[in-house]
Design a protein around this ligand. Structure first.
Ligand SMILES: *[C@@H]1O[C@H](CO)[C@@H](O)[C@H](O)[C@H]1NC(C)=O
Ligand SMILES: *[C@@H]1O[C@H](CO)[C@@H](O)[C@H](O)[C@H]1NC(C)=O
Length: 247
């Protein structure tokens, strides 16, 4: 009898993915371009300020990356390798955020290819034992004369959402959330997040923290059972964002 109880407990835990899932912290893999990457994106701020103790991750964002070059240059292979490495100890989530470079006329990536590449990334994450999250591209912060930012990633946003919704993939709308926020705070306040004074695309360190909080809040609000327990909140910052006030 003494041996029976622990072995029953063990088999119950193995048999129930829900119990097993709830006990695992998260390993975050961040795939994307410079707006995710170290030194200009939200990824490092995400890992250092929104991830609760016990969970961790790696920022694979790559400056200049398109959905094609990210694979061709070897970054994607590292993401897939890491899923294999970490999936036994963690739930491995991979954020996928592209568009700023794919959309350039010189990128060599058509809209159809952009769409197909996003889907292939997500499918490969799932096959490797991870969970993909499609993220619509962070807004640029170029204000027009009407005081609003120029929305020039709407097509990429639409495609990203289409891929997610038609394939039952988790997704968050960072494009609209970030656009609404910078429109609410206005040009002068938004300029405080610029990596350099005239760089309205990339984020300085504090900008990275603020936009990472937007990412985190979107995830927790949309998928609380997956993310709430593994997130370090900052109620002050989240409230400022929600109120459309400069942080
Ligand atoms: C995005 O999709 C919406 C409807 O889903 C459509 O009204 C809008 O025109 C689309 N915008 C672009 C730029 O594709
Ligand atoms: C939380 O957000 C507030 C407001 O932006 C900021 O001043 C503070 O440093 C943040 N706290 C932590 C622990 O990051």
């Amino acid at each position: 009898m003494r041996l029976l109880a622990p072995s029953l407990l063990f088999s119950a835990a193995v048999a129930s993915p829900l119990i097993e899932r709830a006990a695992k912290p998260i390993y975050w893999l961040l795939a994307g371009d410079s707006t995710t990457a170290p030194g200009g994106g939200w990824g490092d701020g995400f890992l250092s300020t929104t991830v609760a103790s016990g969970s961790t991750g790696h920022n694979y964002g790559h400056s200049g990356a398109t959905t094609a070059s990210f694979r061709a240059g070897g970054d994607w292979g590292k993401v897939i390798t890491d899923i294999g490495t970490y999936k036994s100890k963690y739930d491995v989530y991979t954020t996928i955020q592209f568009g700023h470079n794919d959309q350039k006329e010189t990128s060599g990536v058509t809209l159809d290819q952009y769409k197909a590449n996003l889907l292939k990334f997500a499918q490969e994450v799932t096959s490797a034992g991870g969970q993909p999250i499609l993220v619509t591209p962070l807004t640029r912060r170029n204000f027009q004369s009407d005081g609003k930012v120029l929305e020039n990633l709407a097509t990429q946003r639409n495609i990203t959402i289409q891929v997610a919704t038609s394939n039952n993939i988790k997704w968050i709308d960072l494009n609209i959330a970030s656009e609404n926020y910078v429109n609410a705070i206005g040009k002068t306040a938004a300029s405080q997040y610029n990596l350099a004074s005239n760089d309205w695309t990339h984020l300085n360190t504090w900008g990275g923290v603020v936009f990472a909080r937007i990412v985190s809040d979107l995830l927790v609000e949309k998928y609380p059972s997956n993310f709430q327990a593994y997130t370090k909140p900052n109620a002050t910052l989240s409230a400022l964002i929600k109120a459309g006030k400069p942080a």
